[in-house]
Design a protein around this ligand. Structure first.
Ligand code: FE
Ligand code: FE
Ligand code: MG
Length: 166
């Protein structure tokens, strides 16, 4: 990356790259969890759930893209092997082996809550050290907060419906 651009970050670059790469691994796993979840999901309100899962998958992939751009700018290399996603991830991967919509929603809500924690920490960490990453992390954090809300409100609707037809 540019010399002057790198000066801003100084000796923090390596540590920030490492944290960004961990988040990058999370994003790929989140992307796949949503993507394959949308394929297998079954049960009430399936259409609404699938629409949301597909949208979120696209957002997670976009987050991976945003992170890799910054990793490269800081002179780092994005994780090159899928097997390393598992080694570097903060939030892990919850396979949608039970296709019931409620279970899938709960798994993804857990994932979003983890992601919010990760980006909140990164936001704090970069506050003084790296304004560019700080800004990028804020954009992603806003999406993750919206994702959690979307999924929780679907789950609430589902519970209301179950209540009504009991
Ligand atoms: Fe994300
Ligand atoms: Fe998300
Ligand atoms: Mg959404």
């Amino acid at each position: 990356m540019g010399t002057k651009g790198k000066e801003i970050v100084g000796e923090n670059a390596d540590e920030i790259v490492e944290l960004l790469n961990k988040a990058y691994a999370d994003e790929w796993l989140a992307y796949y969890q949503y993507w394959v979840g949308a394929k297998v999901a079954a049960g009430p309100m399936k259409e609404a759930v699938i629409t949301e899962l597909v949208e979120h998958a696209a957002d997670e992939l976009r987050h991976a893209e945003m992170l890799t751009t910054r990793i490269m700018q800081l002179g780092g290399t994005p994780v090159t092997k899928p097997e390393d996603w598992y080694k570097r991830t903060n939030c892990g991967y919850d396979a949608p082996d039970d296709p019931f919509v409620k279970v899938i929603l709960e798994q993804n809500i857990k994932g979003e809550q983890c992601a919010i924690g990760v980006y909140q920490k990164l936001f704090e960490k970069t506050k003084d050290a790296d304004p560019i990453t700080h800004n990028l992390v804020l954009q992603i954090l806003q999406d993750e907060v919206e994702h959690e809300e979307d999924l929780q409100s679907l789950l609430e609707d589902m519970e209301l419906m179950a209540e009504k037809f009991r």
